[in-house]
Design a protein around this ligand. Structure first.
Ligand code: ARG
Length: 459
């Protein structure tokens, strides 16, 4: 296929240079967006009188034929072509003759590729939203089923206070809700059409950028042609949003890995999401969680790579920008692969409630509640804190728990202790009495569940 830019240059590109320069292996996935943009461009050129309507019709029909043929597999994308834009334009001209050569009037590949990428990424964001919603649904179901399941809550990975598993899972739901909202923000900001920026300076032709932008689903054309062709902020924003999705997935993966370890034994993953060992017959490995945790690194790499690629670029278009797609596509592909796997794991995992409860009984998780008990009886918090600290040390020394220590011994620490203390520090009470907004108490968890359900139904 002859280069669309052969004219000034007559010599043929060296094979190594052609392979190096070509981006078609990466950008061919934007063929639909490229064709959609070209169709609207041709329609606009005809509407403003730059193209005859017969030429525009021939172009639009020709493009439709190319689209159908790529989709049906009867037209193979030439891997030797420079990029998807030149491949489609050259194929069009091969098929319809001279009219095809008029399509690129008032346009450059610089605004064309920026347009295609924005269109493509908008679609990817829609797909990603669906997967995030699926994950939120899985979290909702599990959290609802486990809203009363008590387990130890940790700070510093040390047992801290009893919490409910519902509350724990809903914390992740909050993260993924923020991810959704960040994606929406990014899409709203990137929703401007660069088409008509042409190579960098705009065009002498009387084009109608507004109509093209509106017809392609944008809120308008971008304001400055230099910025239009060289802006990749939207890639950086999306990459950082995707990086945060991966941070959240990776943290959840890490918890699944802890919980499925023999030492915790809080959760068992379904066989559908675990693997075995080739040598150790007893093994049930949580490979999927490890892979998600591991893949987060490549998405962060895509972000840092793109930032670094952009930081020294003078205006306007530079070929360095071609590197944007490899990074952003890889990030979307990675996140899109991780999300359904995480949803499946959450959906099918078995929660070992007894083990969680047993674990919550050890480690003096109710110490804060015991201090609060004294506070409610009139002791200043700091004094109560000290008293309970001494009690805990006493229990550790005498292999007792706060629940098993006899009242007479309690009395030697403070006269305020009465038999009602045991009821106060029962795990169920500790959880139930957490009544502050957003807390782990059942009322609060139910409110969070209701809000999440509403979110899932209305968004
Ligand atoms: N393949 C190129 C890219 O991805 C398309 C734009 C090429 N423009 C140019 N002037 N060579 O950025």
């Amino acid at each position: 296929m002859e280069k669309i830019w052969s004219g000034r240059a007559e010599g043929k590109l060296a094979k190594a240079a052609n392979d190096f320069n070509s981006s078609i292996r990466v950008d061919s996935r934007m063929f639909r967006e490229d064709i959609a943009g070209s169709m609207e461009h041709a329609a606009m050129l005809s509407a403003v009188g730059i193209l005859s309507s017969s030429d525009a019709d021939a172009i639009i029909d020709g493009l439709q034929g190319i689209l159908d043929d790529i989709e049906s597999g009867s037209l193979a994308i030439d891997p030797e072509a420079e990029d998807i834009h030149s491949f489609i334009e050259a194929t069009l001209t091969e098929r319809i003759g001279d009219a095809g050569k008029k399509l690129h009037t008032a346009r450059s590949r610089n605004d064309q590729v920026a347009l295609d990428l924005r269109l493509y990424l908008k679609g990817e964001c829609t797909n990603l939203r669906k997967s995030l919603f699926d994950l939120l649904r899985a979290l909702y179901e599990k959290a609802n089923a486990e809203k009363e399941t008590i387990l130890p809550g940790y700070t510093h990975l040390q047992r801290a206070q009893p919490i409910t598993f519902g509350q724990h899972l809903l914390a992740y739901a909050e993260m993924f809700k923020r991810d959704l909202s960040r994606l929406s923000d990014a899409v709203a900001r990137m929703n401007l059409s660069p088409l008509g920026s042409a190579a960098l300076a705009g065009t002498t032709h009387p084009i109608d950028r507004q109509t093209v932008a509106a017809r392609l689903g944008f809120s308008g054309p971008c304001a400055n042609s230099l910025d239009g062709v060289s802006d990749r902020d939207f890639c950086v924003e999306l990459l950082s949003d995707l990086s945060l999705v991966m941070v959240h997935l990776s943290r959840l993966s890490e918890e699944l890995l802890l919980w499925t370890s023999f030492e915790f034994s809080f959760v068992e993953l379904d066989d559908a999401y675990t693997t075995g060992s080739s040598i150790m017959p007893q093994k049930k490995n949580s490979d999927m969680a490890e892979l998600i945790r591991g893949k987060s690194g490549r998405v962060f790499g895509d972000l840092v790579g793109t930032l670094t690629m952009l930081k020294g670029l003078p205006l306007a278009y530079n070929k360095d920008l071609q590197e944007d797609k490899e990074a952003i596509f890889d990030a979307f592909d990675t996140v899109k692969a991780c999300l359904p796997v995480m949803s499946g794991m959450i959906d099918t995992m078995k929660v070992k409630r007894e083990n969680m409860y047993e674990a919550a009984k050890k480690g003096f998780l109710n110490a804060t509640d015991l201090a609060d008990y004294l506070v409610k009886k009139g002791m200043p918090f700091r004094t109560a804190y000290k008293t309970v600290g001494k009690l805990v040390a006493h229990c550790v020394e005498n292999k007792q728990t706060l629940d098993s220590l006899p009242l007479e011994e309690y009395k030697t620490f403070s006269e305020l202790f009465e038999t009602d203390l045991y009821e106060e520090i029962a795990l169920e009470t500790c959880v139930k009495k957490r009544i502050s907004e957003g807390s782990t108490g059942p009322d609060s968890v139910q409110k969070q569940l209701d809000a999440l359900l509403k979110f899932l139904e209305t968004e």
